[in-house]
Design a protein around this ligand. Structure first.
Ligand code: A2P
Length: 271
């Protein structure tokens, strides 16, 4: 079946079983490659901050679904996603054209390992992200539970170009005004940005900032220590592998939902 050009002028098919059909409430484009959108939240949908869910469009009898991290916290009354736009991506080539009022399909069962439950309590929580890998952390940094469990939260976001940092920068700036988490996070959340393919004050990969010690020096904290530090990692496969190696070398053990540990890994899902 040919997939129609946009969902607004396509025939809408009924939502498959175990799927919610939700309405887009907001779309914001940042660059040629990045945008965020929000959809209504079904009353019965529960998830833990940091989890992902499968989403698709009602533009075919058998819609294409892709895993997307939920970028809004578990208390929010809407669901937010942060997405790349892939020209020939089976889902994102259509998804990037959505507008408020359109329908997005969301499978009913969220899951994932980038959740507070998969980590042992600690002093500092590092959230290491590249590109759209910031999405699950956008959820977790707005969840009061994160601050119940950790004294200090360090969100690192590395992108190729500075314009790609905008989503995270706006998010952190808006949090200061947020009535629920603004006061809680004041002085406890650090947003550490770096850019690798154009001049920038921190022109390096996060892996280099960790191995050189530049990250810890700037934060004024000791290097990674399994007694105090916890790490969540979300980015490309190569970034995950390199960050995981760093954690293992520092003596941190990988955690899971049924066995909390000192670090957890999840790939950033793309077409
Ligand atoms: P670089 O520009 O040096 O490749 P991508 O879009 O390829 O996922 O990259 C997003 C960001 O992640 C870029 O800044 C990129 O740096 C960085 N990156 C890519 N691979 C790794 C890796 N193995 N470890 C750490 N950072 C990485």
């Amino acid at each position: 079946m040919a997939i129609a050009e946009t969902i607004t002028d396509s025939q809408e098919f009924p939502a498959p079983a175990n799927t919610f059909a939700e309405t887009v409430t907001l779309v914001e484009h940042y660059t040629e490659e990045l945008f965020r959108f929000r959809i209504t939240r079904p009353a019965s949908f529960r998830f833990r901050s940091g989890e992902f869910v499968m989403i698709g469009l009602p533009n075919a009898e058998k819609p294409v679904f892709r895993a997307y991290s939920i970028a809004s916290p578990s208390w929010d009354d809407e669901i937010e996603f942060f997405s790349i736009k892939v020209a020939d991506g089976p889902l994102t080539e259509h998804l990037q054209k959505i507008r408020p009022g359109d329908t997005v399909l969301m499978k009913k069962k969220p899951t994932g390992t980038l959740v507070n439950d998969a980590l042992l309590p600690g002093k500092r929580l590092y959230m290491l992200s590249t590109g759209t890998g910031i999405a699950p952390f956008a959820s977790l940094i707005r969840d009061p539970e994160t601050y119940d469990k950790f004294d200090q939260v360090i969100l690192t976001h590395t992108c190729r170009f500075a314009a790609e940092l905008a989503y995270g920068e706006n998010l952190v700036a808006d949090m200061a005004e947020d009535p629920l988490v603004g006061e809680l996070t004041a002085g406890r959340l650090t947003h550490y940005t770096s850019v690798t393919r154009e001049p920038f004050p921190r022109p390096q990969r996060i892996t280099d900032a960790i191995t050189s010690g530049a990250l810890f020096e700037e934060l004024g904290v000791p290097a990674l220590d399994p007694a105090h530090d916890r790490v969540m990692i979300c980015g490309s496969m190569a970034m995950l592998a390199d960050c995981k190696d760093i954690c293992l070398q520092a003596g941190l053990n990988e955690g899971a939902n049924n066995k909390p540990g000192e670090f957890v890994v999840e790939r950033a899902f793309v077409d």
